[in-house]
Design a protein around this ligand. Structure first.
Ligand SMILES: NC(=O)c1ccc[n+]([C@@H]2O[C@H](COP(=O)([O-])OP(=O)(O)OC[C@H]3O[C@@H](n4cnc5c(N)ncnc54)[C@H](OP(=O)(O)O)[C@@H]3O)[C@@H](O)[C@H]2O)c1
Length: 396
């Protein structure tokens, strides 16, 4: 039928073009070739054509396209109908779930690429001109201090060792001479309350826009909970939990007043990425506190212009991790801090170094019991090495 229609339409067009008195651009012919074969639409003669108004469209080819489109639609409609009716319901349901999972995975992957490689970092200066960094004398905290100074942010460096604080201050000033730096000595494992009072005095009147709660301690090496000495247990809870809580409590009122600020709390993969961290129970639990503390503050303060975030590093080559050499999956403190600053002000929880994020994704695919067993074996090995080291020290 379509072949016939086409023939009539083709025959008809030259007739219109020949006899129509209007210039071509204005000639429009609105016959659909399908209509031409209907008895109610006899094929027009040359005479009929000359009577056509200029608003008629030359649409026979368009009509053909439409027709083919409709045919294809019908065919695919029948095909889908046939497909749906000939397959068992469970298979259709499974296919739908598979398709939705594929869509979800594609979206998550594209979002991951955007977050790690395309999304621009926030302008940290918009939060305020000063940053407070705890544990700024070594490792990740020290790297944060250098990176923020490079961006022209003035620094309040908090540490327990005044000599190390002075040393870090002078090396930052050698690289970024324009920044202002204040030092506050606080031993978080000591008299924390009066230390935080001193911090409050130091920051009074300063436009503190960023707080990085980084100071942290862990076990000297993996130990069963019953083997953990009183001093280590107390200092982990004081430095990691109480220190972060009290420093935040001292800094946040100024941010609320100014209606802007960013708080970065350094958590750990030990509490979030792996289901358990055997032989590091108190450390992992202290970081779980940091995670939940951050999440609650994020919700409490997001409408007050304050972005609270928990950053979740996996291994970073520092004194705490007892790893000297960096590698692809264990970045240097500097590489970590550079990645970390790009994420400030975005998600309430993130792992800013992308290979860590990829590892997190892989681990989430494994059964928890398998990760628990692997981690226990790994930590028992660390314990053995630590005990040997202790024994050697005693012998000396
Ligand atoms: N490195 C990793 O693999 C890793 C992984 C996950 C999470 N984290 C977290 O990242 C943060 C930084 O760790 P890091 O690897 O950079 O460790 P780090 O190199 O040992 O540095 C820790 C910092 O905290 C300070 N600090 C320790 N005890 C203190 C106390 N009682 N009072 C005041 N300051 C104290 C240290 O001061 P001193 O210079 O005087 O020692 C140092 O500046 C920690 O919160 C840690 O839990 C690290």
């Amino acid at each position: 039928m379509s072949t016939n229609n086409e023939r009539h339409a083709v025959m008809f067009i030259p007739a219109v073009l020949e006899f129509h008195p209007y210039p071509l651009p204005y000639i429009t012919l609105s016959f659909n070739s399908a209509q031409l074969l209907q008895p109610s639409h006899p094929i027009p003669s040359h005479k009929d054509c000359t009577a056509l108004p200029s608003s008629f469209r030359i649409s026979s080819s368009i009509g053909r396209k439409k027709e083919r489109k409709e045919e294809r639609k019908m065919e695919s409609g029948h095909f889908v109908e046939h497909l749906l009716s000939s397959r068992p319901a469970w298979l259709l349901l499974l296919s739908a779930v598979g398709f939705l999972s594929f869509l979800k995975f594609s979206f998550l992957f594209l979002n991951w690429v955007f977050v790690f490689f395309l999304r621009p970092a926030k302008n940290l200066g918009k939060y305020g001109s000063w940053a407070v960094i705890t544990g700024s004398t070594d490792g990740i905290g020290k790297a944060f201090a250098f990176q923020l100074a490079r961006r022209g942010i003035d620094l309040v460096l908090v540490g327990r060792n005044p000599d190390k604080l002075r040393e870090v201050t002078s090396s930052i000033l050698a690289k970024s001479p324009k920044v202002q730096i204040k030092n506050v000595v606080i031993d978080f494992a000591g008299d924390l309350v009066s230390g935080v009072e001193r911090l409050k005095e130091e920051i009074r009147g300063l436009d503190v826009g960023i707080l990085i709660n980084n100071a942290g301690v862990s076990y000297p090496y993996a130990k069963f909970f019953h083997e953990l000495d009183e001093e280590t247990m107390r200092s982990i809870i004081k430095v990691n939990v109480e220190g972060t809580t009290r420093v935040t409590h001292a800094v946040i009122p100024g941010m609320v007043e100014r209606k802007r600020g960013a708080i970065v709390n350094i958590g750990s993969g030990a509490a979030i990425v792996i289901p358990s961290d055997p032989l590091y129970a108190v450390y992992a639990a202290s970081k779980a506190y940091i995670d939940q503390f951050s999440r609650c503050l994020h919700v409490e303060y997001k409408n007050k212009g304050i972005d609270v975030q928990c950053q979740v590093p996996l291994y970073v080559a520092t004194k705490m991790a007892s790893i000297r050499k960096s590698s692809f999956f264990v970045p240097s403190a500097d590489t970590y801090a550079r990645a970390a600053l790009k994420h400030v002000g975005y998600e309430p929880r993130c792992t800013p170094y992308w290979p860590h994020s990829a590892l997190w994704c892989l681990l989430s695919l494994l059964p928890e019991s398998a990760i628990d067993n692997w981690r226990l074996g790994f930590c028992l090995n660390i314990r053995k090495k630590g005990q040997l080291k202790d024994a050697r020290k005693k012998d000396e």
